[in-house]
Design a protein around this ligand. Sequence first.
Ligand code: ATP
Ligand code: MG
Length: 332
Amino acid sequence: MHSSPAGRPPPHPTIWRDLAWVFAVTALAALLSATFDLSERAYRFTRGMERFQLDELPGTLFVLSIGLVWFAWRRYRDARRELSHRRMLEEQAERLLADNRRLANQALQAQELERRHLARELHDELGQYLNAIALDAARIRDLSSQREPEIHRIALGLIQSASHVYREIGDMIRRLRPIGLDEFGLPSALEHCVDGWRERLPDASFSLTIEGDFSGLSDTLTITLYRLVQEGLTNVSKFARHSRVEVFMVRAPRETQSADAAGAPIDEIVVTMADDGPGTDLTKPRKGLGLIGMRERVEALGGEFHVASTPQGGFLFCARVPAHAGLAEPVN
Ligand SMILES: Nc1ncnc2c1ncn2[C@@H]1O[C@H](COP(=O)(O)OP(=O)(O)OP(=O)(O)O)[C@@H](O)[C@H]1O
Ligand SMILES: [Mg+2]
């Protein structure tokens, strides 16, 4: 919306058009009155009805019209007051929304930091000790194999339990911090993630298309893009196990041709995931938190998130996020 330097919107163009109409109609009325001697005719007509005091009508009507002008002016002032109050509330709501997004962003960053820390602790602490337990158990198994069958059996059980816990911890670490994200970058981590789902869901087919350079993104944006695809694929595994799934991730200049302070076009990243599964009726209330979390993550980074689906019509989501989101300075 455009606004004047004082923050007030300029008068609506229809004001001038309406005023022009008022003056034009008044001039036409004056012209018609002069041409047809309307006042004289009215006077002749009302002279015969003096007892009704019709000749006093013009003065009364004049006062009525002044009264209406006053009335309209008061309503106009009320409307303006109402409008400025509403504008103030809108500004307040915008400020609160921005605060909310900042908070959500901070909470997500803290969550990812904590997850990364947990993943490292699990790997470095638990992983090492479990390994030591498994090695000790293997040694006990070997030493007891001839003399102590009971101890040998317990040692075998210990080795089995240790490797089970090891696998579980591995899964937990992968969920907490995606494999390869830090070492090999987002495209490789996504390929690895999609490969995992290819194995787990042999009845579905997956295609992943990645275009553009995804280096130099903020850590928050990188993990957000990964989590979007991760949640989208988890949803496929729950609701569209037999579908064809297409994932696109593209970095491109923003369509609206916006530019940063230096005039360089601002890139955005678009992630789209579509499947041809059973879809859902989006007008019905939903209990899940996945889509809400996706929207929150994207909007916290100043992006947009859209979902489209109809029963039997597949499911699609699209997220657009500025490529510099989460960085102190825009980069392209
Ligand atoms: N690919 C899909 N195909 C069909 N329906 C879907 C798909 N993805 C999501 N939905 C529908 O949208 C709803 C909301 O998804 P969302 O991810 O928010 O919740 P959820 O997966 O049910 O639970 P949560 O993610 O909290 O574990 C789902 O309950 C499901 O009805
Ligand atoms: Mg979900």
